[in-house]
Design a protein around this ligand. Structure first.
Ligand SMILES: Cc1cc2nc3c(=O)[nH]c(=O)nc-3n(C[C@H](O)[C@H](O)[C@H](O)COP(=O)(O)OP(=O)(O)OC[C@H]3O[C@@H](n4cnc5c(N)ncnc54)[C@H](O)[C@@H]3O)c2cc1C
Length: 328
């Protein structure tokens, strides 16, 4: 989490892309067969191949259990057909964790996770989205047309695929919140150092109370978000150290506490980051738009992060669901 925070200070798009890649390497290491790990891990670890996770489709985003990509069992493997959209790293990735439906009427219980490679016959990459920052994250899509995936590349069999997809989502949410912290901190530093030297009406900008107070607000929001994000991170660590067999009740409590705090951290990050960066930029005048300060880049990333790993609306749904179970 701290690595995300520090890297995002300079480049949140790169940080997001790196995390998306790292996530697949970790999943293959933890859940892949020996032959899959031998085939892919060395090149993933050396950065010779890039990876990504594909759940979202042109017709399904937040409600991804309604995905239409189909996986049909065939001799020695599966054939996948469908389309994926808005996938980080997809415009240049080599390895794709693709979630697909194995049983159209089974909903979430039919979802399975497959490793697809860009050179598999039937795989076709779509052009990257041409929007600032998002294109630097390599966000794109692809289609699968009867794409054969050998048996050993089934990473998560149904009915466990949907649950596996959600495993690690708490960490992902905290990582996004940490990246937002890095961006706000960077914006604050730029505004503070610029405001000490730039003169207006015979005094440095920061001698004007209105500007000083804007930065005081941003610093307060930063610290509130930091406290919540670190607390969420500690709750996730506490949960990871629990084992279900030892004490089922405290395992469930730790699980719910981690989910609740991670959702709150992500929601807070999405709520404050854009306005915090905007306020910093405003105190710098037109100079705040200059590329050297990275504030416009941070703004684009903050906007994009409102859609990754669950929107603020979905965080509200999770928070209230847990609230109704007594988690506060
Ligand atoms: C930069 C970027 C990177 C991404 N990377 C990946 C990736 O690596 N892998 C991947 O699989 N996906 C990725 N996505 C896609 C992302 O997960 C989806 O954008 C997200 O799930 C939302 O889906 P949607 O955009 O289709 O919006 P929709 O689900 O169509 O929702 C539209 C709006 O309605 C709101 N909404 C929907 N349902 C409800 C409800 N019940 N109550 C209230 N409001 C609701 C949503 O919050 C949203 O504001 C990425 C997106 C972006 C922008």
């Amino acid at each position: 989490m701290r690595v995300c925070e520090e890297l995002a200070h300079y480049d949140a798009a790169f940080t997001f892309s790196l995390i998306a890649h790292h996530n697949i390497a970790m999943r293959i290491a933890l859940s892949g067969t020996d032959s899959l790990a031998t085939e892919l891990m060395p090149s993933l670890m050396h950065g010779e191949r890039l990876a990504c996770t594909a759940m979202t489709e042109p017709q399904s985003g937040s409600d991804f259990s309604t995905m239409r990509t189909q996986a049909v069992p065939v001799d020695k493997g599966w054939k996948l057909s469908g389309a994926k959209a808005w996938i980080a790293n997809a415009s240049f990735a080599d390895v794709f964790l693709v979630y697909a439906q194995t049983s159209p009427d089974a909903g979430a219980r039919g979802v399975a996770g497959f490793i697809v490679c860009a050179d598999d016959p039937g795989f076709k990459r779509a052009p990257a989205y041409q929007t600032p920052t998002v294109s630097r994250m390599g966000v794109g899509g692809f289609t699968l047309n009867n794409c054969f995936v050998p048996e050993h590349r089934l990473l998560y069999a149904a009915p466990g695929g949907f649950k596996a997809a959600l495993q690690g989502v708490n960490q992902a949410r905290v990582h996004v919140a940490a990246m937002c912290l890095g961006m706000i901190h960077s914006a604050l530093q730029s505004a503070l150092s610029y405001g000490e030297t730039r003169q207006a009406f015979g005094v440095p900008l920061l001698e004007h109370q209105g500007l000083r107070w804007q930065l005081a607000d941003v610093a307060t929001q930063f610290t509130q978000l930091q406290t919540l994000t670190y607390e969420a991170s500690r709750a996730i660590d506490a949960f990871v150290q629990q084992t279900k067999a030892e004490d089922a009740t405290s395992y469930q409590q730790a699980n719910r506490a981690a989910q609740q705090l991670a959702a709150m951290a992500k929601k807070s990050a999405n709520t404050v980051t854009e306005s915090a960066i905007s306020q910093c930029l405003q105190t710098m005048g037109a100079a705040g738009l200059e590329a050297q300060y990275r504030l416009t880049d941070h703004l684009h990333c903050a906007r994009a992060f409102a859609f990754t790993d669950g929107t603020p609306e979905m965080m509200n749904e999770r928070i209230v669901h847990l609230l109704r179970l007594g988690v506060l």
